[in-house]
Ligand binder design. Structure first.
Ligand code: TMP
Length: 218
């Protein structure tokens, strides 16, 4: 089973992924947590290039191709072997991010993005996607608080430097995807307190997981 977590900056993906993996491990499901960009040694280097706040000159198509290169490596080196080995893979961002950020926000044609995705996906597609939805003003405020508190690297903040309008387009891009695929994409109100967000996520997860010695975690 392949689970992905999506949302704008400051939506709380990392915290919620830790809850999901804790819940799965407690219930005896072997799982792997990974992320994009990153998730491989090569991908982590690509991530440095993509998130470097000094790279504001990065061409939109170059950006798209770097995310795609990262995904090609990630699918073949990390995701596919883990799924083939029977693990549940939880990934912090996947192809929906490309559609929302490079498509809806940067304006690259959706057909180009889906063509590139097809090249690298090896028929892999998320079974469940959680979309942590909240207004960009709230998300960015949280993200900058974390950066200011030294919890995140200030040099790796290229997207946090984008205008509110950019993040609003990302949000709308995500919501359009969720509207088109409501079976796969579960929208969660991420403006709620983290404890309530966790409960909503784990309740949905519990209802879709194959039965397997379930105990209650939350
Ligand atoms: P994050 O690890 O904090 O989520 O940062 C990753 C950044 O990369 C985030 O701003 C979203 C962006 N991104 C894209 O623009 N396109 C993509 O395909 C992916 C995976 C991420």
């Amino acid at each position: 089973m392949f689970i992905t977590m999506e949302g704008i900056e400051g939506s709380g993906k990392t915290t919620q992924i830790a809850h999901i993996s804790g819940y799965l491990q407690k219930n005896g499901y072997p799982c792997t947590v990974t992320r994009e960009p990153g998730g491989t040694k090569i991908g982590e280097k690509i991530r440095q290039i993509l998130l470097d706040r000094d790279h504001d000159m990065l061409d939109a198509m170059a950006e798209l191709l770097l995310y795609t290169a990262d995904r090609a490596q990630h699918v073949s080196e990390t995701i596919k072997p883990a799924l083939d080995g029977g693990k549940i893979v939880i990934c912090d961002r996947f192809f929906d991010s490309t559609i929302a950020y490079q498509g809806a926000a940067r304006g690259i044609d959706a057909a180009i993005i889906s063509g590139l995705n097809r090249l690298v996906l090896k028929d892999i597609s998320p079974d469940i996607t959680f979309l942590l939805d909240l207004p960009p003003e709230t998300g960015l405020m949280r993200a900058w608080k974390e950066i200011d508190a030294g919890m995140r690297d200030t040099a790796q903040s290229r997207f946090e430097h984008e205008k509110i309008l950019f993040h609003e387009k990302v949000r709308q891009g995500y919501l359009a995807l969720a509207g088109a695929e409501p079976q796969r994409i579960k929208v969660i109100d991420a403006a709620l307190p983290p404890e309530e967000v966790k409960e909503a996520i784990l309740a949905h997860l519990g209802s879709v997981l194959p039965a397997h010695n379930m105990t209650t975690y939350y």
